[in-house]
Design a protein around this ligand. Structure first.
Ligand SMILES: Nc1nc2c(ncn2[C@@H]2O[C@H](COP(=O)(O)OP(=O)(O)OP(=O)(O)O)[C@@H](O)[C@H]2O)c(=O)[nH]1
Ligand SMILES: [Mg+2]
Length: 517
């Protein structure tokens, strides 16, 4: 076996030997032993011949170089390439270096040797993918994996292990995707120790050359045409990739636009909801601010300003007052009472004022007008509870609900029924309890015709009560009965409390007896 070494950057001197050439390109990450392998293939006995190999923090081989060896009647053309650091970052320099290596292997390499060592990782996939990207799928048919630093892989008791067994063990830990790739390249893999004795290395090179010859027999060499096609595919892939990225960017932009529009819409909706909420609150506050206008209603019925009216925090009327008129040949007496929800009067004061008003209406009132501003509160319900306690449950038969803000209803373009429909359930329930007797008036109207119409309507309503009841008015008898009921109720309550207290005392005594006190 002869080792006729020659290093050159141009192959023209050897054109006559082209048909006997085996062209090999070495590809791999920096520092894995490409140049050292190149030296092993060239059968060098000396260090750094023909390629410079050294442990270094930066790439030793900076450009693609070519060296020859006469080997068993054929010429081995070995092309060493500059190593790269990251298979994921394919930069222009790496591609240019590999292309230059490819040119040196003109008319085309028989084999791409992929140099790896260390542990079997995803990096191996990276380098095969890189080969495929630059040289196309066809390149895989010419690819051989070379694992350098064999000695580091062999444990002390691995002496008996064949290369094939060691390679199998090496790929045992490999990720499935790498195994698939290795199978795809028909498990072409060589183990070599570049620092081993010359003879040992030569055995490996014989095995390598045999493997390359098999590839040559099956697939010839990797041609320039294949490279051109791969380059076109690569360019197409790049173009597609740019388009895909562009499309992706557009999609993301559109999604972002949609998201912003959606957010704006949600914000608008939230603002609208907030606005609506404020509007409702404002309306509620306005309603709460409304005066009940009880005295104003009294004045409207009378047709003149008898009762003192006015807006203010508290009720103007402190005691009951009465006045009479004649309307349509009927004697009408109106008794105004203090309001009990917007005054500082105690419950006793109000009870007294109401009892007074009752005596004022002797022999008894034909109707109790429950005057409300139609507030969104429990005011009306509370009023009824108060009245029932004082005048008994039959008082509801004589109650008429009067909403004193008819002008507001008109402004809102609402009928009384619509207004009640939109109001609180308490107000509706209250009106129902009063037999559905409810009317709305504008107690501040100056229009005498409107006053007459309303008064006629009100009297009609009172007449209806009369028609239903045996007694046309709330009689003294009813009042007495209510007072009696109230007294009985109070007595029962006192007895219950007394009884419970007594039982409690007995229990305490028994407990103390048991405790021996
Ligand atoms: N033990 C051992 N060391 C090796 C082997 N192959 C290479 N080396 C050492 O690894 C270091 C780098 O080797 P090179 O051949 O220069 O590696 P390279 O891939 O050409 O590196 P760059 O040219 O920088 O990309 C040198 O010190 C070599 O002696 C091997 O099989 N076994
Ligand atoms: Mg090198």
């Amino acid at each position: 076996m002869s080792a006729n070494l020659c290093k050159k950057g141009n192959h023209s001197d050897h054109e006559e030997n082209i048909q006997h050439e085996i062209r090999i390109i070495l590809i791999g990450k920096t520092g894995l032993g490409k140049s050292s392998l190149g030296n092993s293939i060239c059968g060098s006995r000396e260090k750094n011949v023909p390629f410079k190999a050294a442990a270094s923090s930066s790439s030793v081989t900076q450009t693609s170089e070519c060296a020859y060896r006469d080997y068993n009647g054929c010429k081995l053309c070995v092309i060493d390439t500059a190593g790269f650091c990251d298979t994921k970052q394919l930069n222009e320099i790496v591609i240019a270096q590999l292309k230059k290596g490819f040119q040196l292997a003109s008319p085309g390499p028989h084999a791409f040797l992929i140099i790896v060592n260390g542990r079997c990782t995803d990096e191996h996939i990276g380098i095969l993918a890189l080969l495929q990207k630059i040289f196309g799928k066809q390149a895989l048919k010419h690819c051989i994996i070379v694992i350098t630093r064999e000695n580091a892989l062999r444990n002390d008791d691995d002496d008996q292990l064949s290369d094939a067994e060691l390679i199998d063990r090496y790929f045992n830990e490999a990720p499935q995707s790498l195994l698939d790739l290795v199978t795809n390249i028909q498990k072409r893999c060589i183990l070599i120790e570049n620092r081993a004795e010359y003879e040992i290395r030569e055995q490996k090179i014989t095995h390598l050359v045999d493997m390359i010859k098999t590839i040559e027999k099956e697939n010839g060499y990797y041609t320039n045409q294949m490279f051109i096609e791969a380059e076109m595919q690569w360019k197409q892939w790049e173009k597609d990739e740019i388009e895909r990225q562009e499309l992706d960017r557009e999609k993301r932009k559109e999604n972002l636009r949609k998201q912003i529009r959606q957010e704006n819409r949600s914000r608008e909706e939230a603002l609208q909801q907030e606005e609506q909420m404020y509007e409702e609150l404002r309306h509620e506050e306005e309603c709460l601010k409304r005066e009940i206008r009880k005295s104003a209603l009294g004045n409207l019925i009378l047709g003149y300003q008898k009762f003192k009216t006015g807006a203010g925090a508290g009720s103007v009327t402190r005691e009951c007052e009465s006045s009479s008129i004649v309307f349509n040949n009927r004697n009408i007496t109106v008794i105004d009472t203090p309001g009990w929800f917007d005054t500082k009067l105690s419950n006793e004061d109000i009870s007294k004022a109401l009892t007074d008003s009752y005596y004022e209406a002797a022999p008894g009132p034909h109707a109790f007008l429950i005057v409300t501003a139609g507030r969104y509160t429990t005011e009306a319900e509370d009023t009824l509870i108060f009245l029932e306690r004082l005048f008994g449950s039959s008082v509801v038969d004589y109650c008429i609900v009067v909403i004193t803000h008819e002008d507001d209803l008109r402004d809102d373009d609402k009928t009384l029924d619509e207004y009640l429909g939109d109001s609180t359930s308490q107000l509706r329930c209250f009106v129902n309890k009063c037999g559905g007797r409810c009317t709305a008036v504008n107690s501040k109207t100056k229009d005498s015709d409107e006053r007459k119409t309303k008064l006629t309507e009100l009297l009609g309503c009172i007449d209806n009560i009369f028609r239903k009841k045996q007694t046309s008015y709330y009689t003294h008898e009813l009042f007495e009965r209510a007072a009696q009921d109230e007294a009985e109720q109070r007595q029962k309550e006192e007895e219950r409390v007394r009884r419970e207290w007594g039982e409690e005392e007995i229990r305490t005594e028994i407990f103390q007896w048991f405790a021996g006190e």
